[in-house]
Design a binder for this molecule. Structure first.
Ligand code: NAD
Length: 978
């Protein structure tokens, strides 16, 4: 029977208070711990730097094998902590005794883990389960361990789930029946309940890859089938938001199959911190009614809050979660009600330790008429025991979420729990540590505020912000891009022409017989005329106010945004980029247009150097003249757009020469710039190969050369450009970005789950054809074998084929010459080192399967020369210093990376790993405009970094004008006023 809102609220508060009185009598075990770590957790509540150090230390601990390593890390982490707290005396002692306390610390962490995780082996798990059932509490088991990165690991994980389910089912037959936890209005509920993360069932859970769905469905079917036979339940856990849509899709899809229409008992977790959660809840209820399929829903608040915000900000995507804890709590109550109202098809489970949230669910259930055993409460093992007892005593069914596995590898789970316990907004912390009063704890949460609009692209003239990449985790965007690919393909097949000497054909590298377009090649005399035309137009273009030129770029960015799908699709076909890579290149091109336009507005204002009453001193910039822009094919839109935009907005007349392998992207950019109002004389397109580039470089009328490409061509251009020719009255300026031979170091304490994934992306993303790609992997002894074995398995899980099929992680290389060169290097590698992976590749098209070499001599050719393909040289290092020395031993110095959890090593790398762009604990490709200004040192390049604040200066000439304003002692009044 519906209660009036105020009466309902009074009832929730009354129950909340009563539960609180019961629960407050005891502390959860975490807050009672008396050992060193327990006390540190206590202190960390008041000290953020200790909290960070503690969690980071606990996080790295499993990877430390020796006492001396544990001692070193203890010292590195805790010597940074602000020692203001008196309690830290023990810690200080521990630091001095570093190595001696190491075993004790390890034991302590294992002990701490045991409070949250049950060991899967031995009798530990069954004794934990028996104890729980005596309370009485039901359970669901979550299997913890390393992240899954290969097919082999995924299959092993599935087997682990199956074995565990069987073992538990056998054991459960002996447990005495207990009505409070075994009965529901629809009969007995399974005693065995397994929580499964779908990402653990495939090598890489990627919604863009249709194989993910196929593989995960198949593995989930096996789990469901066995659960149905054994009368067990399977709960599908919810992970990050980017997995949500596909997770729901797979869950519902499999349950719709005939075999699973009735069985097993299946549950899905939904997260109340998501702004869109209500849609998922109502969608699921609708689906369940339509299919007459009863399902369980575990409603949680969500465990990835900080990460969701961080990921969204990195990608400039709308933040998917409520920013305010109270808004999540309010949403939780709203969703609780929706689920209870759907009790004809939904078994609701409320996963929370917050007594207010739980009291609300209980009162709402009563009001809606759901029987007391028609829903349940879920709590995490090792947390909130008194809250659990209070709810059990109140007669509810409580299910404990119990992680099981090896204690140390389960550490990431432990960290999440510790973070949760000690965060300011934790109900447990507020109750037991901060001792907030009961009225505050049980008051109704404020409703969600309207959410701020997404951080999207800038409008004309607004402050720069990065263009958000397409979110391919959404089915809608995947369908849209598929449709665009079909349309674009339709256009190019129908426009095929006969080739001739004066044309350049653009072929699809995945299928070279497919000509996607043709352009007219620029002849030498046409190039000459273009140079003359640029020279004539230059005074006019220079005289146009910077604001107008900037507006043209803003407009071009706008047009690109509108055409982004089509541009990305064309790029995919022209240069063989995958979906995300092609989309990323278009975003980067948009960023360059917007960013340099903004930058020019900043630089356009003349600056008074010093204020004097008698003199004006003005410093300002002017364009240089004619700029030759010579670009590579591997970022065919972004790099060409970046160099062109910088030159144009600075007021130079541009002769734009795309690479001969990507003429269509060049033509698209030219068309967009013209459409945005850039006059013909200001930006002329010259299509052709090195000969046209060389002609431009040598031309005496050219003032500036902006080049990105290989070292050989770059050095040749520098030689030519600095030779002064007859008729040349100026020194040419060269902006020159060249190749790389980039190294990634994996330290002995690195997080290997992360390292494997990022090394694969960095080495094999776009087939290794990025100047920033990882081509040398330097592994410290301690991790060498383990990481290499996981890497090899994970790489072999990648599919190779045409990139329009998003199952293929590896596409073609750019052309036959590149294919030959890479294959030659693989041959050389086989003589120089040991080949551990050489994947087969499709015969049609310019494919080369990824290759990995081990035991590579750091001075060998495959470790020194830029291969520009999917070839990775693995080099062993004895210690970190040697690893750094190997990394720096190269003619190139573009990007580099390290994976390490040692603060001292990270610090050392910052100082001594001398590359243009150093990346720590992340991938080494994908620099973002303004965020990571990009460019190399040594023979990788010189000059200012692209996408950074100094870049435009290279396209400008500074001038200073001083004027004496004093006339016979008379100072002009306006200057006096200043
Ligand atoms: P490339 O050097 O062969 O060609 C680059 C451009 O130079 C093309 O437009 C080409 O036609 C032109 N060119 C060739 N010979 C010329 C000459 N003698 N005079 C003037 N122009 C000439 O490089 P690519 O194969 O297009 O690109 C791959 C290379 O680019 C790799 O070495 C890669 O590392 C490098 N790259 C560097 C960066 C960076 O930012 N540092 C970015 C992307 C690519």
């Amino acid at each position: 029977m519906a209660l009036a809102p105020d009466k309902f609220e009074r009832e929730v508060q009354r129950l909340g208070r009563a539960l609180y009185q019961r629960a407050a009598q005891h502390k959860p075990s975490l807050f009672e711990a008396q050992d060193l770590l327990g006390r540190m957790i206590d202190w960390s509540l008041d000290d953020e730097s200790l909290r960070v150090a503690l969690f980071r230390f606990v996080d790295v601990l499993p990877s430390l094998e020796s006492s001396s390593e544990i001692g070193r890390h203890l010292e590195e982490y805790f010597s940074r902590v602000d020692h203001a707290l008196s309690g830290l005396a023990i810690l200080a002692q521990a630091l001095h005794a570093g190595r001696l306390v190491a075993p004790m610390v390890r034991r302590n962490v294992i002990k701490l883990s045991r409070r949250f995780i049950a060991e899967e082996s031995g009798n530990h798990l069954s004794s934990v389960l028996s104890a729980l059932r005596k309370e009485p509490a039901a359970f669901t088991i979550d299997v913890v361990g390393e992240a899954t990165v290969s097919d082999g690991e995924a299959a092993a994980m599935q087997q682990r789930y199956l074995d565990l389910m069987r073992r538990l089912a056998a054991a459960s037959a002996k447990w005495p029946d207990c009505a409070q936890i075994d009965d529901s209005p629809n009969g007995k509920i399974p005693r065995v309940n397994l929580s499964v993360k779908l990402s653990s069932l495939c090598a890489r859970f990627d919604p863009l890859d249709p194989n993910t769905e196929v593989i995960v469905r198949e593995r989930l079917r096996a789990l469901f089938r066995q659960a149905a036979q054994l009368g067990a339940a399977v709960t599908v856990d919810m992970e990050q938001n980017s997995f949500r849509e596909l997770t729901l899709e797979i869950f519902r899809g499999v349950l719709e199959e005939d075999e699973f229409r009735q069985q097993p008992y299946a549950v899905i977790a939904l997260q109340a911190y998501l702004i869109d959660a209500a849609q998922d809840v109502s969608g699921l209820i609708r689906w369940a009614r339509q299919h007459r399929r009863r399902v369980g829903v575990r409603l949680v608040k969500g465990a990835y809050w900080d990460s969701e915000i961080a990921w969204a900000k990195q990608k400039s995507w709308p933040i998917p979660v409520f920013l305010d804890k109270a808004a999540t709590d309010a949403n939780y109550e709203q969703l609780s009600r929706m689920l209870l109202e759907g009790h004809d098809v939904i078994d609701a489970a409320f996963g929370s330790h917050n007594l207010r949230s739980l009291a609300h669910a209980i009162v709402a259930a009563k009001e809606i008429g759901v029987p007391g055993n028609g829903y349940e409460m879920q709590m995490l093992y090792g947390m909130a025991e008194p809250v659990r007892q209070a709810i059990i005593q109140n007669g509810q069914r409580v299910r404990v979420y119990l992680p099981a596995g090896e204690l140390l590898p389960g550490i990431s789970y432990l960290i999440r729990r510790l973070m949760e316990n000690t965060s300011n907004t934790s109900f447990l912390r507020q109750t037991y540590a901060d001792k907030k009063d009961v009225d505050t704890l049980i008051k109704a949460p404020a409703l969600a505020k309207p959410f701020p609009a997404a951080t999207g692209a800038p409008g004309v003239g607004r402050k720069f912000s990065n263009q958000a990449p397409t979110d391919f985790s959404r089915a809608e965007t995947r369908q849209k891009f598929s449709a665009t690919l079909r349309e674009v393909r339709g256009e190019f097949t129908s426009s095929r022409k006969r080739s001739s000497e004066s044309s350049i054909e653009s072929a699809n590298p995945a299928n070279p017989g497919e000509i996607i377009g043709q352009v007219r090649a620029t002849t030498a005399s046409e190039a000459e005329r273009a140079i003359t035309k640029a020279g004539h137009f230059f005074p006019e273009w220079r005289a146009i106010p910077a604001r107008e030129r900037a507006d043209m770029l803003f407009k071009a960015a706008e047009i690109m945004r509108e055409r982004r799908w089509e541009l990305a699709a064309k790029e995919l076909f022209e240069v063989g980029k995958g979906w995300r890579e092609a989309d990323g290149d278009v975003c980067e091109a948009i960023d360059y247009l917007d960013y340099y336009a903004d930058e020019m507005l900043r630089l356009a204002e003349p600056r008074e150097t010093q204020q004097l009453p008698s003199e004006t001193n003005t410093h300002f910039y002017e364009p240089r003249g004619i700029a030759a822009v010579i670009a590579p094919w591997n970022f065919p839109l972004a790099i060409l757009a970046g160099m062109t935009a910088a030159a144009l907005v600075a007021g130079n007349c541009v002769l734009m020469k795309p690479a001969e392998q990507s003429p269509l992207m060049g033509a698209c950019l030219h068309e967009i710039l013209r459409q945005a109002g850039v006059p013909d004389g200001a930006c002329q397109l010259l299509q052709g190969g090195g000969e046209i580039g060389a002609q431009l470089v040598r031309a005496p009328q050219v003032h500036l050369i902006a080049f990105t490409g290989s070292r050989e061509v770059g050095l040749e251009i520098l030689r030519e450009a600095y030779t002064t020719r007859p008729g040349q009255n100026h020194v040419k300026r060269v902006v020159c970005e060249m190749g790389g031979k980039n190294a990634v170091i994996v330290d002995s304490d690195a997080d290997l789950d992360e390292a494997v994934v990022h090394v694969i992306d960095s080495a094999f993303g776009y087939q290794g054809q990025k100047c920033s790609a990882a081509s040398r992997l330097i592994l410290l002894d301690a991790v060498h074998d383990r990481l290499l074995a996981r890497l090899v398995d994970a790489v072999q899980s990648l599919k190779i084929g045409p990139p329009e099929d998003s199952r293929n992680a590896i596409g073609p290389v750019i052309d036959a010459a590149a294919q030959r060169r890479i294959v030659d290097y693989i041959r050389i590698g086989k003589k120089e080192a040991k080949c551990v992976v050489e994947m087969a590749a499709p015969k049609d098209g310019y494919f080369v399967g990824p290759a990995i070499f081990r035991d590579v001599d750091p001075r060998s050719r495959i470790a020194q020369e830029e291969i520009f393909g999917p070839v990775l040289s693995v080099i062993r290092a004895e210690d970190f210093d040697q690893a750094l020395q190997i990394a720096n031993d190269s003619q190139f110095a573009l990007t580099g990376g390290i994976f390490s959890r040692s603060p001292a090593h990270i610090e050392k790398a910052r100082k001594e790993f001398r590359v243009g762009n150093l990346y720590i604990n992340r991938g080494i490709t994908g620099a973002i405009v303004e965020r990571q200004p990009f460019g190399g040192l040594k023979l990788s390049g010189f000059g200012a970094k692209a996408g950074g604040p100094d870049y435009l200066l290279q396209f400008l000439e500074p001038r200073t004008i001083s004027e004496n304003t004093l006339r016979h002692g008379f100072v002009p009044p306006e200057r006096n006023k200043k």
